[in-house]
Design a protein around this ligand. Structure first.
Ligand code: 13P
Length: 260
């Protein structure tokens, strides 16, 4: 049986005023399901990290950032370094979210640099991968995901994986914010493929330890069946993570899905 814990993360994207972000974090601290076996992370915008971090300090929830730059410091206007994030007790950093790949045109080689700097900064990198609808229709899902993994994970030190500091999030672009969730079977098929690729790079034993999250229109109602699949080890939640009752319900679903 797998020893992987579920990782449930709420990606708040570019949403919420300061007051609303504070209210959401406070609401989640109050509603956090007692005895939840899942690891949980909140991923607000940079400007809300400090306030949210202060609210969840001492709770089982951890802090995550939506992006990071790979340089340590200097003339990089608008960017935020891993060192600055670590100072705010950020533990998880998303790398290569599809909105950054597609809207901001981030390339695999840039993402690889970001991922390596997150790992070098002793934080956990969550590498997001996933195909567009056209790519799925063209039977390119596996080749797209394989390329994203191959470039994104180049040079990843085995030690970081052994420490559990590499997470993969499979987020089919066609399922993000569309209300179209991949079926548990569709997601499982890709998750299994991802784990096989990880085994090719890191060996079978280590690949079995890596958490692979699913993301794309996850709701309280769909969480349990997704988490029941053998290679789905968590969820990366967008819209539903902005609603206390929905996100708490998703965390609760992790307690009753397959043994963590
Ligand atoms: P939605 O849950 O809103 O579809 O967003 C998914 C996502 O992109 C999480 O990173």
């Amino acid at each position: 049986m797998s020893t992987r814990k579920f990782l449930i993360a709420g990606n708040w994207k570019m949403n919420l005023s300061h007051a609303k972000a504070v209210e959401l974090a406070q609401g989640l601290v109050k509603q956090f399901p007692a005895g939840s076996p899942a690891q949980v992370a909140l991923i607000p915008t940079f400007v809300h990290l400090e306030a949210v971090g202060a609210i969840i300090k001492g709770s089982p929830m951890k802090l995550g950032a939506q992006d990071a730059y790979f340089e340590k410091h200097g003339a990089f206007t608008g960017e935020v370094s891993c060192e600055q994030l670590a100072e705010l007790a950020v533990q998880y950093v998303l790398v290569g979210h599809s909105e950054r790949r597609h809207i901001l045109h981030e390339t695999d080689s840039l993402l690889n640099k970001k991922l390596l700097s997150v790992l070098a900064g002793n934080m956990t990198a969550v590498l997001c991968v996933g195909e567009t609808l056209d790519q799925r229709k063209g039977n390119q899902t596996q080749s797209v995901v394989q390329t994203q993994l191959q470039h994104g994970l180049a040079g990843v030190p085995t030690g970081a994986v052994e420490q559990g500091r590499l997470v993969i999030a499979y987020e089919p672009v066609w399922a993000i914010g569309t209300g179209l969730t991949a079926t548990p079977e569709q997601a499982q098929e890709v998750h299994q493929f991802i784990r096989e690729r990880l085994a090719g790079q890191f060996g079978q034993g280590l690949a079995q330890s890596v958490q692979i999250q699913y993301g794309g229109s996850v709701k309280k109602a769909s969480a349990h069946s997704l988490l029941s699949q053998p290679d789905i080890d968590g969820l990366l939640v967008g819209g539903a993570s902005l609603i206390v009752e929905e996100f708490a319900g998703i965390i609760a679903a992790a307690a009753t899905a397959k043994a963590a």
